[in-house]
Each structure stands twice: as C-alpha cells, then as structure tokens.
Design a protein around this ligand. Structure first.
Ligand code: M6R
Length: 615
C-alpha cells in the first residue's frame, strides 16, 4: 500500500505535497518521491526512506517551485525499496509522470509487449510499465492523455489509484481508481488529490471520493470530469462535506500517535456509543441494525471476517454474540475465507470488521459473501471507505483517525460497536432478561471512566517494561473473553518492538507452550476476577512452579494473584463481557514502552503499513 498526493492550482504545490505525504506515511514509508512542473519542465526527486529523507535531499536536488505536482510514499510490492523503484515514474519520452498505489497483476506480459516495441525500463515496478503503456496508447492512437489512460487501464488487471500528468499539457492531472482509495479535494481554482482527505483538510471541506472503475480529468480552470473507465459514460460528481478536522490528525502534544490514540480511548468509546445507547430508556438505537433486524434475527449464523487486530475484535464478538444473543458465530481470517470456497448462503449474516475499510482481503471476502447471497454488515472506522461502501449496511466506530500503525482505539471501539449490536439482538430475541440488559447498558456507560482509571497504570507499566525490554520471547495468556485480548497483546508487542510473542488460551499452555517456560520467559496473564478466575490462578501456579516471570493483569484489589505474580497491573472491575475493554489498555502501554525503550519506530514499525490494500 502507498500514499499518493497531487495538487493543481494557484499555490506552490511543494509544501502541500510534502505535508500531505507526511500525513499519509501511515500507508507506507519505505521510499518517497515528488514530481513538480516548474513552468517549463518536470522536476523529479525520489529516494529510499521516509518523507523526511526526501525533504532533506530534494531541496538540494531540484527547484521546488511550481503549482502542479504529484508525490508518493511507498510500501513496496514490486521491486525492493530503493531510489529507482520509488515513485513517481517517468515514461520513456519523459513527457508523462505517474504515481500509483496498488498492483498491476499482468504487468509482466504488458512489459514484454512494450519491450518488443522498443520500450526500456529502469525499475522493477509494475508502475513504470503502466506509464509506458499509457504513453504507447497515446502515441499509437494519437489521443489526449485522459483517453490514453482510459484505454490503457482497460488492458490492466489489478488494483490502482493513479495520478498522471503530461508536461506538454500542464493544466490537468488525470486520476483513476480501482480497489485503492482516491479523494479529490475541491478548492477555489485549485484541486487536491490524495489517498484520503487528510492532506488537504486545512484547504477545503469539499471532496469527491472516486468509486471503483472511475477516472477523472482534473483541470485547474475547467473543473472535473468523471467517467466510467469501462464504458466511458459520464458520472455526475457527488461532493461530500468532510467531517475531519486538523486537530484530529495531529499529535496534540503526545510523543507518538500510538500514545495519543491509547489515551483517546475513553472519548473514542464514548463517541462510539453516544446517541446509540440510551440507558435511561434502556434503548440501543443503531439504524443499520434496526433497518435489517429481520436479517439478523433470521440468520442461521453470523460469520465474522477480518484481519489482524480487527480479527481479534471479531473473536471477542464471538463470545458476546453467542453468550448474549445465542446466535452461532464463526470468525474467519478474511484472507483464508476468500480462497477456501466457503459454504455460505442467503441465511447467513456476515459482519466485516475493518478500521481502515480498505483491507484488500476483507474487501474480497465481502464480495465473495455477497455473491453467495449473504447479507453483509460492515464495522468500519474510516467514513466512506471501500468496505463501508461495499457492505449492505453497517455501523461506524467513531474512533476518529487512527494513524499509529498499531491499532489501539480501533480495537476497543470495534468491541464497543459489536457489544451494542449483540445486546440489541439479544433484547430483540429475548435471550437476555430486562434486568441483565439494563445492567449491561449501565456498565457500558461506565467504561470510558474505567478506561481512564486503567490508563493511570501507565507509570507502573513503564517500570515493568524496563525490566523485561530485553526479553527475547513473551507469552500472553487469557481465557474466555480475554483469550482474544492475549492474542492482541502479543500482536501489539510483536509489531512494534519486534520481540517474538505468542498469545494462547491459558489452559492450552499445558499442551505445548509450557515447555518454553523458564526464568527467562515473561508471561503476561490476564486474570481478572470475572470469568475463569480460579482456573487462571491454577495456570499461574503452573507457571510459577517452572520459574516463569509472571505479569498479572488483575482486578483492582486482587490479593491472590498478587501473592503469586512478579508484578500485577490493576484494572477496574466490570462485568465479564466488558473486561476486554479494560485489560487491553495495560497491554497496549506495555508494548508501547518496550518498543520505545528499544529505540523502535513506534508509529511506523518496519515492513508494516496502516492499511493493507494488497493481498
Ligand atoms: O484496517 P483493518 O482493521 O482492516 O486492518 C487489519 C489489520 O491489517 C490491522 O489490524 C493490523 O493487524 C494492525 N497493524 C494491528 O495493530
């Protein structure tokens, strides 16, 4: 996945593009580049590394003047991250220049054809093939750039969001989208192009999100023309008013986005249930659920599809749905589900969970489920994202932008939405008593304050982090609702500190992982009072007798685990189904502090990207 930015208008393009690329680095940050039209020619600079590296190099290399430009921050798919493979890419004549987010799957066969026709290639990328294909079409068909892009894209198999311009027609940028997001910001006599709206939020609140298989010719003075790539039909532009503000995408005094986002969880959870949970009237109101109540109530089962942290939220939801609403649930990795010919039909409800709403595997799983007649409900954070638009109905998590690559507030707000749905269905089905239902609503309302209390453990978690930061392996154990939290805790540690960590159901430990335990193995055990407390205490005893180092996540006031564990981190008491919303907090903080102490890039860990829009 990559981030793309473009500008055409009356301002200097360079500062807008550089700032925009920095905001899009969550999408990829192994190389970056920029191409500006300075009034006579294209000036291009690109480098392996981050946007800051580009910035350092660029001002020495090229003039940064010009009111038309495109920029790219890359997460490599074809070709290793190096200067040559970085975007933008020129066509052979040097007239065209392109940026691309996505994958051209048939690039090898296209490349062979182009080589036969005399084209040469500097990079290993699919993108350089695409820009030369466009040039080839433009020459052979003697057409304008827009038409050439359209004809070329009709020969392409794969996914793309592209922006391309021609130095001989420096009054337009041609953009197109299939499977990768592309937003166009509309200002006064100026246009912005980006993978999401964050690069242009301070300039305009009006944006068009291109749909799949659409392209647009963006002309500074003549406006935008949108067409369907396949059949050339014109599309009426739908201009949306953006709700995003600048403060939401900045660090607000925190050292890292991840820390900011961890601390935002009380308000993010509150925003997620605000207006949906009316505890005085004992009502849960969610339009997407109400409008499709029959589908949910008649469902034979619910299938949850997701990846990574969102998959862990799905596992928590499995417990909640089965426990409260008595609906059978299966939780599937979207990447497996999409390729294994699953048995699914119109009596199934599929819930797709995704923070970004752009995860390629989840999107493909949704399309597959829809093709088999299932009703698909989305739980997304990014408004207007591909998954939000591809699903039949859905509910947003109102977490606000999540920029740190490691998901934190997305996880807890996903659980919040899924809990609301489970409670609403349980009420409709009569599988929960009215007193139990009310009690759940009241407890959920208390969660934001309790998350605040859980965050107070931060300083102590930091001292624990200092003790174990050099460990080579970690185990995370939990049972019931907290088994997925153990998986999530291990994932957080792995992805930002690069320490090997595994999550296990606590009772599974004796079937293998127990062999790993010795005095060098830190084991994080979630042992809250509600749930399978006594059983987990027995598991802790098993660890203790093998000299493992125990970090217990316990309910405030716990004495039993305190006597056994090397360290305990307390969280407030709540009902069992809501404990994941609290026990997750110290695990996020633990991974954050360890990664920081090891000098890792917390917000942009190696090899990762915020939204994985490739298979
Ligand atoms: O945007 P999504 O929720 O669909 O993303 C799914 C995973 O890629 C994501 O949760 C990933 O595992 C995170 N880096 C975890 O912190």
């Amino acid at each position: 996945m990559c981030g793309i930015v473009g500008y055409i208008g009356h301002r200097e393009a360079y500062p807008i593009i550089i700032k925009g690329l920095k905001r899009l680095e969550y999408r990829g940050y192994d190389s970056a580049g920029i191409a500006l039209y300075d009034g006579t020619d294209i000036k291009l600079s690109k480098t392996k590394g981050k946007v800051a590296d580009l910035e350092k190099r660029l001002e020495k290399e090229i003039s940064t003047t010009g009111t038309l430009g495109i920029g790219h921050t890359r997460w490599a798919t074809h070709g290793v991250p190096n200067d040559v493979n970085s975007h933008p890419h020129y066509s052979n004549s040097g007239d065209l220049v392109i940026i691309h987010n996505g994958i051209i799957e048939n690039y090898e066969s296209l490349k062979k054809e182009l080589i036969k026709r005399g084209y040469t290639f500097k990079s290993d990328t699919d993108t350089e093939v695409l820009v030369n294909l466009i040039e080839d079409v433009k020459k052979n068909e003697n057409t304008k750039l827009g038409k050439a892009v359209q004809i070329a894209l009709n020969q392409v198999v794969g996914a793309y969001a592209i922006a391309v311009f021609d130095k001989n027609k420096p009054n337009e940028i041609v953009v197109a989208r299939l499977g990768s997001p592309l937003a166009i910001g509309i200002g006064e006599d100026e246009f912005f192009i980006a993978s999401d709206a964050s690069p242009f939020i301070e300039y305009t609140k009006n944006a068009i999100y291109l749909e799949d298989e659409e392209m647009a010719i963006v002309r500074r003075h003549k406006g935008i023309k949108i067409r369907k790539i396949k059949d050339d039909s014109l599309v009426a532009p739908y201009i949306q008013e953006l709700q995003l503000n600048l403060e939401q995408i900045e660090k607000g005094g925190y050292e890292h986005f991840m820390l900011k986002e961890i601390y935002e969880q009380p308000s993010a959870i509150l925003d997620t249930f605000r207006g949906r949970l009316l505890s005085n009237e004992a009502i849960i109101k969610m339009v997407g659920v109400e409008d499709n109540m029959k589908k949910f109530l008649n469902a034979n089962r619910i299938i949850i599809v997701a990846c990574g942290t969102s998959w862990h939220a799905g596992l928590v939801a499995e417990y909640i749905f089965e426990d409260l609403a008595r609906i059978p649930v299966e939780v599937e990795y979207a990447s497996e589900f999409r390729y294994r010919n699953p048995i699914i039909n119109e009596n199934d409800v599929v819930i797709a969970i995704s923070q970004s709403g752009e995860t390629a595997d989840t999107l493909a799983a949704i399309k597959l489920a829809k093709s088999k007649g299932a009703f698909v409900f989305g739980v997304c954070n990014v408004v207007g994202s591909s998954i939000a638009r591809e699903t039949h109905a859905g509910a947003y998590t109102h977490a606000g932008p999540e920029i740190g690559v490691a998901s934190t507030k997305a996880f807890t707000t996903q659980i919040t939405v899924l809990t609301l749905i489970a409670l609403r269905l349980a009420r409709a089905k009569g599988t929960i008593s009215s007193s139990d239902y009310r009690m759940h609503l009241l407890e959920l309302e208390l969660i934001p304050e309790k998350v605040k209390t859980a965050l107070e453990s931060d300083a102590y978690v930091k001292t624990v982090a200092a003790i174990y930061k050099d460990a080579k392996n970690f185990l995370y154990l939990g049972r019931g609702y907290n088994f997925p939290v153990a998986l999530e805790g291990a994932l957080k540690l792995k992805e930002i500190s690069y320490i090997h960590a595994e999550g296990y159901p606590a009772a599974e430990m004796k079937h293998g992982p127990i062999a790993l335990i010795d005095e060098n193995m830190p084991i994080v055990v979630i042992a809250t009072k509600k749930g399978h407390y006594e059983k987990v205490v027995s598991n802790i005893q098993e660890i203790k007798s093998r000299s493992g180092k125990i970090i217990g996540i316990v309910t405030v006031g716990d004495e039993q685990v305190k006597n056994l564990a090397d360290h305990v981190i307390e969280v407030p008491e709540t009902i069992e189904s809501l404990t994941p919303l609290l026990t997750t907090i110290p695990l996020q903080l633990l991974s954050y502090h360890i990664a920081l102490m090891l000098g890792k890039n917390v917000d942009q860990p190696r090899n990762l990207a915020k939204a994985v829009t490739v298979e």
